[in-house]
Design a protein around this ligand. Structure first.
Ligand SMILES: [Zn+2]
Length: 181
């Protein structure tokens, strides 16, 4: 995600290593952490703005899905509908009236940050609404729809099929694959 050089300063790492029982001293937030905090505040605000307001304890996968659909109005990614002449073509500035959406990659990263933020704020892992199966299905659907509409395959083009691949490099290619998905 963020530049590894700016994650944890040496002082914080040394302090955390010397005494594991105490929480590390406050360190400047990494880009990931500050983005996570912003996303979390946005989501909490969104829940509070519901009629009636939704508490974190009441929050479920359905609220997360509604939140993602709500975010589409702020998206910048044009997703062509079937029938549009640009359907399946990746040109960003197409002169058509197809809707703009949140890009799949942005939603996927957002859900990951919010899932971590939920547990970081004391939410129970087994009740984490961001880990709901419905969210995974929705993200998969968005990925496939956008891949078709924008002509962008969200997967690695070449897949090696050698049986002699060493364990290390096959693990590396799996990582690349999941990062690309
Ligand atoms: Zn279009």
């Amino acid at each position: 995600m963020s530049d590894p050089s700016e994650t944890s300063p040496p002082a914080a790492a040394a302090a955390a290593g010397s005494d594991q029982t105490r929480p590390p001293p406050p360190a400047p937030l990494s880009r990931y952490e500050s983005q996570k905090r912003r996303d979390w505040n946005t989501f909490r605000q969104y829940l509070r703005n519901q009629r009636p307001p939704v508490s974190l304890g009441q929050c479920n996968g359905g609220h997360v899905l509604e939140f993602m659909r709500y975010l589409d109005q702020f998206g910048k990614t044009k997703v062509h509908v079937r029938g549009c002449v640009f359907f399946g073509r990746p040109e960003p500035d197409s002169a058509c009236t197809c809707p703009v959406r949140q890009a799949w990659g942005s939603l996927d990263a957002l859900v990951g940050r919010l899932r971590a933020a939920y547990e970081g704020s004391g939410g129970a892992q087994e009740r984490n609404p961001f880990a709901d199966a419905a969210i995974r299905r929705y993200l998969k659907e968005v990925r496939e729809t956008q891949a078709k509409a924008r002509g962008i395959p969200y997967r690695k083009k070449k897949r090696r099929k050698t049986t002699e691949t060493p364990i290390g490099s096959s693990a590396a290619s799996r990582r690349n694959l999941s990062a690309g998905l």
